[in-house]
Structure formats: structure tokens, C-alpha cells
Design a binder for this molecule. Structure first.
Ligand code: NAD
Ligand code: UFG
Length: 334
């Protein structure tokens, strides 16, 4: 299939482009590079031997998206483009609502206009709020926790409303848990700007000596060792899930959790990282981070039964691949 990938130069998008190209699909990346670099396109080509088409364009621009769709007449879209920093979304909510809602509206509108029937959307486990774990797709959406999470919930509802009156449309809402790791080549991965907010990139920068020590945000949660529990998933597993979701898309709305189904605490992740890479990570326990929940992990039965997808890579591979990328490429990437 010919697929437009918005945000395809970003962390999850770039890994998904690799899997799409490996699967024989044609890829057209639309990215304004607000949180990534042009170099990533080169790296995707280096890994796959296929060069994706690339437009440096804003997915909120109707003019740009319309032109790209009429030029290439894609058969499907994966919409990754969006801003994703939870803390920043509290500081500049309007930028988040504008970018995340408007880009989804513009891309969806152009799907209807140009007869593109497959729409895969990057959603997040954050939409479950403080429901009881494991999170199941049939649960009601939880309470809003921050503007970023709210943009995902609004987009999910918007896509559902539009699919209801456009029966040819296949909308797939993929709720990601905690994507970590990198491609085994070490050429693409996650290299956030500034001090990382997320645990794994923070760990790799402590390992590299860029940051002094890890702060563990709270050890008084109702979890086995008191630290927060998350469902870490290797980004290549996640990317493979997108290809299957796209290929198996059916008219209507389909929702899938993409996680491993296994919860790992902060201290367990630190230990796995140390073991996998034969390193020591200094850490201190500090106060809880505002807005964090105790536990977040997926019920993964639906993706297994209906997509035939399960996450295959374990914590050791996640830790090794994340560290390889940090050493080899680090900040030169997205
Ligand atoms: P990322 O920032 O690495 O990638 C997003 C890409 O979108 C970047 O390349 C950025 O330049 C681009 N972009 C942003 N706004 C754009 C616009 N208006 N037009 C064109 N390009 C634009 O982030 P990621 O981690 O790869 O996340 C991809 C998607 O998955 C996002 O929608 C994010 O909210 C969602 N998601 C991420 C996580 C996570 O933990 N990484 C978890 C759940 C959901
Ligand atoms: N943590 C630390 N120290 C750090 C960073 C994180 O102890 O320096 C802890 C957090 O308190 C949490 C765990 O590590 O218990 C994971 O935190 P992350 O920031 O890596 O990830 P979150 O689960 O908070 O959030 C991520 C994405 C969100 C997405 C959510 C979905 O950042 O965008 O997963 O589950 F919505």
C-alpha cells in the first residue's frame, strides 16, 4: 500500500517507516521537523535500502496536506504528528490543543476528500486515567490528567464520530503503553531535546555521564517495591503492530492496546538496564511526580486475538538497544 506517515521522522514514526518499507509498502513522510531531524530520513534509507518520500510540511496546513494527498493518492494514513510532552502541555495548553487537534482534523478531512479509507491514530494509555489495571479497550475513558492526554481523548472521540457517518472509513485507535528502546542498528532511536522527561532516555544519559544520577519519583506507591509500575514496550514491536493494524483494518472503529501486558517498576527497570549493559546507575529516591499514577499496564488479549500481534522483545533487548543508540547516535537523531 501507499501510506502517508505524518510525524514519520519522529521516534515511533521512524521505526514504523522502517517496518512498512520492510513489508513492501510505499512510504510518504510528512513532518515539520519540530521535534526531529532530516537526517532520520537518511537513516531509514540506510536501514531498509529504500528511500521514503519526504515532505517537510505541517500537518495542520490544509493546503499542504491536500496537495500531498492529490499528488500521491495514498491508500492509508498513520497519523503520528503531534506534541507529546506532558509537563509542557500544562504550561502551553493552547499549543497542544492547536497542533494535536488541528492536525488530526486536517488529515482526517483530507482522507474523506481524497477517498483514503484507512486511518491509524497514535493514542495513549493515558486515556485510561486511573481505571483499574490491567487496562482493557472496553473501559470508559478515565478522568483527564493533563492537556496532552485530553488531546488524545478528544481525537479518539472525534474520529469515532466521523467514522459513524462514513461507513467506508476504517479508523484504528492504537493506545501505546511505554515505548522504549531503539532499532538494533543503533541508527534511529529516541533522543529528546534538553533533559529527558521519560525514564529510559534519562537512564541512558546517566549511563553516558551526561546526567549525574537518576531521581526515582516516589517509593510509597501501593506497588510491590513502592515505585511506579509501567508496561514498557520495545519500539520495534510497536512499529510491527502498526503495520498489522494497517493491513488488517476493517471499516468502523477498532481500538487496540499495544503493550506487553507486563508491569515493571522503576527499580526493576533500573536493574534490568544495569544487568543488560553491565553498568551501575546511581539513583536517589525523591518525591512523587505530580500527575503520575501508581500502575499502568495493558490487557493485550484483543491485539493478540484480532491482529495476531504480540510484543516479542524483552526488557534486556529494550535496555541494550536504548543504550546502543545513545552511545552510537544519541543527540544527532530525533
Ligand atoms: P516524536 O516527537 O518523536 O514524533 C512526533 C513527530 O511529529 C516529530 O517528528 C515532529 O517533528 C512531528 N510533528 C509534530 N507536529 C507536527 C505537525 N503539526 N506537522 C508535521 N509534523 C509534526 O514523538 P513520538 O514519541 O514518536 O510519538 C509519536 C506519536 O505517538 C505522538 O502523537 C505521541 O503523542 C504518541 N504517543 C507517544 C508515546 C511515547 O511515549 N513516545 C506514548 C503514547 C502516544
Ligand atoms: N520516573 C522516575 N524518574 C524519572 C522519570 C520517570 O522515577 O526521571 C518514573 C515515573 O514516575 C513513572 C515511570 O518512571 O513511574 C515512567 O515514567 P515516564 O515518564 O517514562 O512515562 P509515563 O508513564 O509517565 O508516561 C509515558 C508517556 C506519556 C504517555 C504514557 C502512557 O510520557 O506520554 O507513558 O502510559 F501518555
Amino acid at each position: 500500500m501507499r501510506i502517508v506517515v505524518t510525524g514519520g521522522a519522529g521516534y515511533i514514526g521512524s521505526h514504523t517507516c522502517v517496518e512498512l518499507l520492510n513489508g513492501g509498502h510505499e512510504v510518504i513522510i510528512v513532518d515539520n521537523l519540530v521535534n526531529s531531524h532530516r537526517e532520520v530520513i537518511e537513516r531509514i534509507a540506510q536501514i531498509t535500502g529504500e528511500r521514503p518520500l519526504f515532505y517537510e510540511a505541517d500537518a495542520t496546513s490544509d493546503l499542504a496536506v491536500d496537495l500531498i494527498f492529490s499528488t500521491h493518492q495514498p491508500e492509508g494514513v498513520i497519523h503520528f504528528a503531534g506534541l507529546k510532552a506532558v509537563g509542557e502541555s500544562v504550561q502551553v495548553p493552547l499549543a497542544y490543543y492547536r497542533n494535536n487537534l488541528l492536525s488530526t482534523m486536517v488529515v482526517l478531512d483530507n482522507c474523506l476528500k481524497h477517498g483514503v479509507d484507512r486511518f491509524v491514530f497514535s493514542s495513549s494509555a493515558t486515556v485510561y486515567g486511573e481505571n483499574q489495571v490491567p487496562f482493557v479497550e472496553t473501559m470508559e475513558l478515565g478522568h483527564r490528567t493533563n492537556p496532552y492526554g485530553e488531546t488524545k481523548a478528544i481525537c479518539e472521540r472525534m474520529l469515532t464520530d466521523v467514522a459513524e457517518v462514513n461507513p467506508q472509513l476504517a479508523v484504528t485507535l492504537l493506545r501505546y503503553f511505554n515505548p522504549v528502546g531503539a532499532h538494533e542498528s543503533g541508527l534511529i532511536g529516541e533522543a529528546p531535546q534538553g533533559v529527558p522527561n521519560n525514564l529510559m532516555p534519562y537512564l541512558t544519559q546517566v549511563a553516558k555521564g551526561v546526567l549525574g544520577e537518576l531521581q526515582v519519583f516516589g517509593n510509597d506507591y501501593p506497588t510491590p517495591d513502592g515505585t511506579g509500575v509501567r508496561d514498557y514496550i520495545h519500539v520495534v514491536d510497536l512499529a510491527e503492530g502498526h503495520v498489522l493494524a494497517l493491513e488488517r483494518a476493517e471499516p468502523g472503529v477498532s481500538i487496540y492496546n499495544l503493550g506487553t501486558g507486563k508491569g515493571t517498576s522503576v527499580l526493576e527497570l533500573v536493574e534490568a538496564f544495569e544487568k543488560a549493559n553491565n553498568l551501575k546507575i546511581p539513583y536517589t529516591i525523591t518525591a512523587r511526580r505530580a500527575g503520575d499514577i501508581a500502575e499502568c499496564y495493558a490487557d493485550v488479549r484483543k491485539a493478540r486475538e484480532q491482529l495476531g500481534w504480540t510484543a516479542k522483545r524483552d526488557l534486556t533487548e529494550m535496555a541494550r538497544d536504548a543504550w546502543r543508540f545513545e552511545q552510537q547516535t544519541g543527540k544527532n537523531n530525533s
